[in-house]
Design a protein around this ligand. Structure first.
Ligand code: HEM
Length: 146
C-alpha cells in the first residue's frame, strides 16, 4: 500500500469515526430535551445542531475519500459491497436532510406537539445509526453478494 493511498484510507476511517460517534450523543440530549426548561432548551438544541452539522460534514469527507479510494485503489466500483454502500448512502442522505433538519426547524413553531417532534428526532437518530452501521459492516467485511 503506497503512503498516499494509506493516508487516504486513514482519513476515510477517521471520517467514519466522526460520522458515527457523535450520533450516540444525540440520544441522551434528546432525552434531556424532553424535560428541559425553556432556558435550557435552546442550549440543548444548539448542541444537537452542532452534532448534526459535524456528522454531515464528516459524511461529505467520507464520500470524497471513498471516491478517491475507488479511483486509485484496487477495488472496482462495481463490487457488490461498494454499490450497496452507495445505495445505503443515498438513503441516509435523504434521512439526514428530511429527518433532522426539518424536525429541528419545526421545534419552535407554534402548534407543534413537542413530544411527537422529539419522538421523530429520536427515531431518525436510531435509523441513521442503523444505516451507518450497515455501511460500516459492508466496508469492513467487503462481502461479494453477486
Ligand atoms: C461513497 C461511499 C464510500 C466509498 C466509495 C468507500 C470506499 C472504500 C474503499 C474502496 C475502501 C477500501 C480501502 C482499502 O482497504 O484499500 C474503504 C474502506 C473503509 N471504509 Fe469506505 N467507502 C464509502 C463509504 C463509507 C462509509 C459510509 C463508511 C462508514 C460508515 C466507511 C467506512 C470504511 C472503513 C471503516 C474502511 C476500512 C475497512 C478496511 O479496509 O478494513 N466507508 N471504503
Amino acid at each position: 500500500m503506497s503512503l498516499y493511498y494509506g493516508a487516504v484510507v486513514f482519513a476515510h476511517v477517521v471520517s467514519a469515526v466522526i460520522s458515527v460517534g457523535p450520533l450516540f450523543l444525540l440520544l441522551p440530549l434528546i432525552r434531556r430535551l424532553r424535560t428541559a426548561k425553556r432556558e435550557a432548551e435552546d442550549i440543548y438544541l444548539a448542541i444537537i445542531r452542532v452534532v448534526i452539522r459535524l456528522v454531515m460534514h464528516s459524511g461529505h469527507a467520507l464520500v470524497v475519500t471513498g471516491v478517491l479510494l475507488i479511483l486509485f485503489g484496487p477495488w472496482p466500483w462495481h463490487s457488490s459491497w461498494v454499490i450497496l454502500t452507495l445505495a445505503v448512502m443515498l438513503l441516509s442522505a435523504v434521512f439526514l436532510a428530511t429527518g433532522f433538519s426539518s424536525v429541528l426547524k419545526k421545534f419552535h413553531e407554534s402548534g407543534n406537539d413537542r413530544q411527537s417532534t422529539l419522538d421523530k428526532l429520536q427515531r431518525t437518530s436510531w435509523i441513521y445509526i442503523g444505516l451507518l452501521l450497515i455501511m460500516l459492516w459492508l466496508m469492513v467485511q467487503k462481502p461479494s453478494i453477486w
